[in-house]
Write a new protein. Structure first.
Length: 237
């Protein structure tokens, strides 16, 4: 059974620094996280501003279990500012590119694939539909199952369910769906599909918020691998 958990982040970008921030997170941070915390980069994306708040990125970090996440938190929360003092220089550089953000912990559906499985299967999109769905307390897991059951309906337009999660530390009342979409036209075709719209309405969600994402240059969905230290261009430990 899949016990993976994830840190999901909406990051507020300062001015025109999004490209610099995505490079800093993938090339400069991801290898450290993998080596020191057994943390994998699930994805780093730019949020298309016309579909949501801007300028923002979305980051997701994968842990094999709750225990692995706890160990990472224990490493992080040791400094005076609840930050790993070994990463002080890294944090200072990141602060030049971002002003804050909003994080949540999400747990994967039992059948959901981890990032290494997704890369091995060649799952990727020219864009991604990122959906946060609010439901009645206790119903988030059921929504994930119904989304999986609706995969053939989405597949008519090439939409593939790449990720399915429930928000933890909450009331089991929010689900996160990530659809990989091969082309922009296939996204448009899905948006104008009345049967898909009726399916969403049939689930009785109290809110359904969809934004569009595109891969950072070193996002594993784009490259098929985890970012490497050799990807760095402006950073040394």
């Amino acid at each position: 059974m899949n016990g993976r958990v994830y840190i999901h982040e909406f990051i507020d970008i300062i001015g025109h620094q999004r490209a610099n921030y995505m490079q800093h997170m993938t090339a400069n941070w991801s290898p450290i996280g993998r080596e020191q915390r057994n943390q994998l980069c699930y994805g780093v994306w730019a949020l298309i501003g016309s579909t949501g708040a801007w300028p923002k990125t979305v980051n997701m970090w994968e842990y094999e279990s709750w225990s692995a996440l706890a160990a990472s938190f224990a490493t992080e929360a040791v400094g005076r500012g609840a930050q790993d003092p070994a990463l002080e220089r890294w944090w200072a550089r990141a602060a030049e590119f971002r002003s804050g953000g909003l994080d949540r912990i999400v747990a994967a559906a039992p059948w959901a694939r981890g990032i290494e499985e997704l890369c091995a299967a060649g799952v990727r999109g020219e864009l991604y539909a990122h959906e946060l769905v609010s439901v009645a307390p206790g119903a988030a897991g059921d929504l994930l199952e119904r989304a999986r059951d609706a995969s053939p309906l989405h597949a008519r337009h090439g939409w593939e369910l790449a990720g399915a999660f429930t928000t933890a530390l909450a009331n089991d009342d929010e689900a996160l769906l990530l659809w990989a979409i091969p082309t922009w036209q296939q996204w448009a075709d899905g948006e104008t599909d009345g049967e898909l719209a009726r399916w969403r309405r049939s689930l009785g969600a109290s809110a359904w918020r969809r934004v569009l994402l595109v891969d950072a240059p070193l996002c594993p969905f784009r490259t098929g691998r985890q970012p490497q230290r050799s990807d760095r261009t402006d950073w040394k430990d």
